[in-house]
Design a protein around this ligand. Structure first.
Ligand SMILES: Nc1nc2c(ncn2[C@@H]2O[C@H](COP(=O)(O)OP(=O)(O)OP(=O)(O)O)[C@@H](O)[C@H]2O)c(=O)[nH]1
Ligand SMILES: [Mg+2]
Length: 530
């Protein structure tokens, strides 16, 4: 059997010792053969490294790794077999406590149990064994004395026949720690947005940390000192997810994961996770899956490493959830398939669009930062003109709208327009994401006039307007006639800000969409621009 993981600097004779040990077969009632346990404890302290073993129901060791148990890539196993597999690993720190990462590995791999063995000076300090239930875990914590008389077989039977006791429950709620590199004084604002993104994906935020960009690292994202500081924060706050505000390089992702032992996500993965939860249409789902795979591809190292390292939860959700566990070759193949399928869907859309173009009805597209009020505008427009079609509703969350919507609006006896609402924009929108959503933005590209909805009450409204402008440039739509709806003026802190925005932006119309103001000034301007 090969020894997996980090074997650098380990003598061949010692490796052979470990190999020989793994041929020991564990008897039915035991968690692990005594000699095997003593051997791995000795080597753990000698190397100051974690040793992980996978043992099947017959007591045979089927995989062994040095470093982290997460480094073990199990061959694909039928669910029934995985459910009869136990993973044990040593903690050279002496702390026997199972980490959140251990627990998520237990459920993601569908194992029978996950055990951690605290080791200090080659001796056991304690053992924790977790069995996974439907939505929680049962954890047994044993001191060395209790462990001597412990029957694993008995515990398995016990746990199978007993409903989970509430006292043993561990919350599945993900707790995130946020980090960002700050350019100039922008940091807090970035983290406010990252916090909102985290909340949108259903994660609790338990702490945050900033570092000036010039001290950042191309290898570990944060500089060395900050990284240590953060590891400490992670432990103190009980965070089990680390979210970075930038798109991480593959090497940064790996380094951070190894240094912290928790799940690490970057901004793109988080945004994609939100998209994955919101996508409803077939096309939307395909687009999200495509963007996820494209983001994942360069981050797969070697063969077979998969998203399963994330152990479920935030960052792993998606239409292709199970399919995300693939090697590079298969990912590429899947990307091709998805692109073809999307191509087909787009053909249908092109036909529909041609028909619409023939009808000569002007197309007006709503654009703007996420949560600015685009959908609320469409909602009001439909209400005020009593338009037909399924109603829409604005929502106070990021990326509430994902699938494009077009509604016919009759302004008066003679004038009818089509109004389209689409996905919102955001700072640092990843390139491949924009690309994947190009089709969704087709309405924008084909529009005759754009209505830019801006939250004028936001402290950085002007920067947001700039972000929108830059994305429109990428879409080659920045020359289209455009008016700016300065929305949410009911929330303005400083009315003077409004005049500044009005000076900077094209055809400004101040408004409060929730105040039921008439949209007539907007329609007049649209007709003028057409
Ligand atoms: N105070 C205030 N809130 C508003 C106004 N207009 C919209 N909102 C609120 O802002 C939130 C976001 O509105 P949406 O219409 O969903 O925003 P959106 O631009 O479609 O957002 P995405 O679909 O996420 O891109 C909702 O809670 C609205 O009720 C306004 O004039 N004043
Ligand atoms: Mg919307």
């Amino acid at each position: 059997m090969d020894i997996l993981g980090d074997i650098s600097g380990i003598r061949g004779t010692q490796l052979k010792e470990l190999k020989d040990l793994t041929s020991l077969r564990t008897d039915r009632p035991e968690l692990i053969h005594d000699d095997l346990l003593m051997g791995i404890c000795r080597l753990t302290s000698l190397w100051n490294k974690e040793i992980a073993l996978y043992i099947n129901r017959s007591g045979m060791v089927i995989a062994v790794a040095i470093g982290q148990h997460a480094a073990v890539k199990l061959p694909p196993l039928p669910a029934r077999q995985a459910g009869r597999l136990r993973c044990l690993h040593t903690h050279p720190s002496g702390n026997p406590q199972l980490s959140p990462m251990d627990l998520s590995a237990l459920s993601s791999a569908g194992l029978e149990s996950m055990s951690s063995i605290g080791v200090s000076n080659g001796q056991i300090t304690g053992v924790e064994i977790a069995f996974s239930g439907d939505s929680d875990y049962q954890i047994l914590a044993l001191n060395p004395k209790e462990f001597v008389n412990f029957s694993y077989d008995g515990a398995v039977n016990d746990y199978r026949s007993r409903p989970a006791s509430p006292s043993l429950k561990v919350s599945e709620q993900e707790k995130a720690f946020l980090v960002a590199l700050e350019e100039e004084e922008l940091g807090l604002e970035l983290l406010t947005e990252l916090t909102e993104l985290a909340h949108s994906s259903g994660v609790e935020v338990v702490g945050q940390l900033l570092q000036p960009k010039r001290y950042g690292s191309p290898v570990s994202y944060l500089g060395k000192g900050k990284l240590q500081e953060m590891t400490q924060h992670l432990q103190n706050s009980g965070a089990n997810v680390l979210i970075c505000d930038d798109e991480l390089l593959p090497v940064q992702l790996r380094t951070l994961e190894q240094a912290t032992g928790v799940k690490v996500l970057d901004r793109t993965t988080l945004i994609l996770d939100i998209f994955a939860q919101r996508a409803k249409s077939r096309e939307g789902k395909l687009q999200v899956e495509l963007a996820q795979l494209k983001h994942l591809l360069p981050r797969l190292t070697g063969q077979g490493l998969s998203l399963s390292r994330l152990g479920g939860g935030v960052g792993t959700r998606g239409p292709g959830e199970s399919k995300l566990e693939m090697d590079k070759r298969r990912v590429r193949k899947k990307i091709n398939l998805l692109e073809n399928e999307l191509g087909e869907i787009r053909k249908t859309r092109t036909t529909q669009r041609r028909q619409r173009e023939k009808s000569g009805i002007p197309l007006i597209a709503l654009v703007g930062y996420t949560n600015a009020g685009k959908t609320t505008f469409l909602q009001k427009a439909m209400e005020q003109t009593r338009s037909k079609g399924e109603s829409v509703k604005g929502e106070d969350k990021l990326f509430a709208t994902l699938d494009p919507i077009v509604r016919g609006i009759r302004l008066d006896q003679r004038t009818e327009i089509l109004l389209s609402d689409t996905v919102g924009f955001i700072q640092k929108l990843p390139h491949q994401l924009l690309h994947a959503f190009l089709a969704t933005l087709e309405e924008v590209q084909n529009a005759d006039v754009l209505i830019h909805v801006l939250d004028a009450s936001h402290p950085r409204a002007l920067e947001r307007a700039d972000t929108v402008h830059k994305i429109l440039e990428q879409l080659e739509c920045h020359h289209k006639p455009r008016l700016t709806l300065l929305n949410k003026i009911d929330q303005l802190d400083h009315p003077s800000d409004l005049s500044r925005l009005a000076q900077e932006l094209s055809h400004p119309i101040p408004m409060s969409l929730i105040a039921n103001t008439s949209l007539t000034p907007v329609w007049n301007k649209v007709l003028e621009l057409l």
